[in-house]
Design a protein. Structure first.
Length: 94
């Protein structure tokens, strides 16, 4: 994954998450788009059956879910939960 500056296009950071999040090959390949949080401080990314929040400034892993199984072709969705419950992330995994 690579992060580029909006104005200049220069590389801000580049990370290979292959060792941290091994993803098997799927029949149609693997794809997922990172989803930014509302404040822009994190990116939520699906790696196979695992969801992870990445620090948008550095690419560091802030948290990750357990591995829920084989590769999926979905993209995470950020949710505002019931009043007082905060926010959450939903995705089709496994």
């Amino acid at each position: 994954m690579v992060a580029l500056g909006r104005e200049s296009g220069e590389v801000l950071w580049r990370r290979d998450y292959g060792a941290e999040f091994p993803v098997g090959r799927a029949f149609h390949g693997v794809s997922a788009s990172p989803v930014p949080t509302a404040d822009g401080s994190r990116l939520v990314q699906q790696f196979g059956g695992t969801l992870a929040a990445l620090d948008a400034a550095s690419g560091d892993v802030v948290w990750q879910s357990e591995d829920f199984g084989p590769v999926s072709q979905s993209h995470p969705v950020l949710l505002d939960l019931a009043e007082g419950s905060g926010r959450g992330v939903a995705a089709v995994l496994g």
